[in-house]
Ligand binder design. Structure first.
Ligand SMILES: Nc1ncnc2c1ncn2[C@@H]1O[C@H](COP(=O)(O)OP(=O)(O)OP(=O)(O)O)[C@@H](O)[C@H]1O
Ligand SMILES: [Mg+2]
Length: 257
């Protein structure tokens, strides 16, 4: 497999006044093309910060990101990175950000309009994607009229409409009940099987079973990675947490520092 994203020795510090907080510490990890990579770890360990850096939204303090052979922060400004995101990445967040005056269909078409596509072409493509996600009946609703699970399906449609190489999702199931969460994961698995690379952050250990690669973070570091053949190692680790649904509670219970 080839790496679609290569995170190379990345560190990130934030300063609150004069105090330096090291949020990422020499993180190196590769996201393989065609993988369903799930990044997990307790709250505050740096997962979202790592995603922001991969997305080109937050410059690392040191180290580099090679994304589709492009050195993301070398010789490029924010406009270049924004252009790169528009062309190559689909994003899904825990809470979808809708343009409230637009319908589901128009919201899904929006990333194409931003890229300069004609309105009719954009709406057609949006309609097609919404259909593949079995959401056609809701195309003319306003997104906020839909349930959280339905909104996340539409958020996924919006992320897919530009046919990006990678879908990056930060806790997309965070606001969903168990069943809607499973449905979204099944949908993402299907997309992954069709060839889409997916990078997802989660708290919920249940979802690790959907991954082809799992990346474990703790306290600003990647402490372990698991590919398909390491799955047994991961499942063994998970069996230690049976009955405790979140990673956060596992760490608390294990008293890991
Ligand atoms: N802009 C910022 N300024 C200062 N500190 C920040 C900033 N962004 C993040 N941090 C700190 O970095 C640490 C990691 O935050 P991050 O959001 O990456 O964690 P996370 O693993 O995504 O947590 P969660 O699972 O709760 O979403 C936290 O301690 C947070 O307070
Ligand atoms: Mg986060």
């Amino acid at each position: 497999m080839t790496a679609i994203v290569d995170v190379n020795n990345v560190s990130k510090s934030f300063f609150t006044g004069v105090i330096e907080v090291k949020v990422l510490k020499e993180v190196s990890v590769k996201i393989q093309k065609g993988s369903f990579s799930v990044i997990f770890g307790p709250s505050g360990c740096g997962k979202s910060t790592l995603l922001h850096i991969i997305l080109g939204l937050e410059k690392p303090s040191s180290g580099k990101i090679i994304f589709l052979d492009k050195d993301l922060y070398q010789d490029s400004d924010e406009d270049d990175r924004s252009e790169f995101r528009k062309n190559h990445i689909g994003m899904v967040y825990q809470q979808p950000n809708w343009i409230k005056s637009l319908t589901v269909l128009e919201n899904v078409a929006f990333p194409l309009l931003l890229r300069g596509a004609a309105k009719a072409v954009s709406l057609n493509k949006a309609e097609e994607i919404i259909k593949t996600l079995a959401m056609s009946d809701w195309a003319n609703y306003v997104p906020t009229e839909l349930s959280s699970g339905q909104q996340q399906r539409i958020a996924l449609a919006r992320a897919l409409v530009t046919d990006p190489e990678v879908i990056i999702a930060d806790e997309p199931t965070g606001n969903l009940d168990f069943e809607s969460g499973q449905e979204l994961m099944t949908l993402m698995t299907k997309l992954n099987k069709q060839g889409k690379t997916i990078v997802m952050v989660t708290h919920d250990l249940e979802y690790l079973s959907y991954s082809t690669e799992a990346i474990e973070m703790f306290n600003g570091k990647v402490i372990d990675t698991y590919n398909q053949t390491d799955k047994a190692k991961l499942l063994k680790k998970l069996s230690l947490t049976r009955g405790k649904r979140t990673f956060k509670s596992k760490k608390n219970n294990d008293n890991v520092n």
